[in-house]
Design a protein around this ligand. Structure first.
Ligand SMILES: [Cu+2]
Length: 209
């Protein structure tokens, strides 16, 4: 009888993780300790992304995906818009085109899920309706050059992202081309973000062992 109850509890844990429930922090912790790959993870230093990394961790623990500690690749400000690029565990996502949904699985040799967050630097409210193109180079060689999907997430809100594969450890340059939000705007945003803007960051990448 007690054994049955324990099994039930484990089932509930797994369900909580699969749903990536924000309130399932205790179950997230429990499944993290049961996964051997999590022991060496350093989750420190990624303050603002705690919830998203917890979600990724929960998902990874369930799907057997190797978790990647959330890493800030760069931060910058453009006319009161804060631009933050982050790497987190690559996850499958769905693309809805208005009539149908298409599941995008994590390709082999994927290093991380790139997340570009655009938000108001003062209020931190996310800014949708822009577009972001990411180019990553190593030395003079371009190793990644793709449009980022406009994405929705319970944890991050509207952001721009895609899964990224890098050819190994090293120093990389990430260049983001941000095109202005195309939308109606309240007047406080009347005179900002009217032309494409490029920001570049240098970051170090080390694959998870
Ligand atoms: Cu995303």
């Amino acid at each position: 009888m007690r054994r049955g109850a324990a099994l039930l509890a484990v089932g509930a844990l797994a369900a909580g993780c699969a749903a990536a429930n924000k309130h399932a922090s205790s179950s997230t912790k429990a499944s993290a300790t049961s996964s051997s790959g999590m022991a060496g993870m350093n989750m420190g230093g990624s303050s603002s992304s705690g919830t998203s990394s917890n979600a990724a961790k929960a998902f990874a623990a369930v799907a057997g995906i190797k978790p990647v500690p959330t890493q800030v690749l760069g931060k910058s400000t453009w006319q009161g818009m804060s631009v933050t690029a982050q790497a987190m565990t690559a996850v499958p996502f769905v693309i809805f085109n208005g009539t149908g949904e298409r599941m995008v699985k994590v390709p082999q040799h994927t290093s991380f899920h790139l997340m570009v967050m655009l938000s108001d630097a003062q209020t931190h409210v996310p800014i949708p309706y822009a577009s972001v193109w990411a180019t990553i180079s190593k030395g003079s060689k371009i190793v990644y050059d793709e449009r980022q999907w406009p994405m929705l997430s319970r944890y991050m809100g509207p952001h721009y992202g895609n899964d990224v594969g890098l050819p190994g450890a090293g120093s990389y340059k990430l260049s983001l081309l941000i095109s202005p939000p195309v939308s109606a705007r309240h007047v406080e945003y009347q005179h900002v973000w009217l032309n494409p803007h490029r920001v570049s960051f240098t970051f170090n990448w080390k694959p998870v062992a």
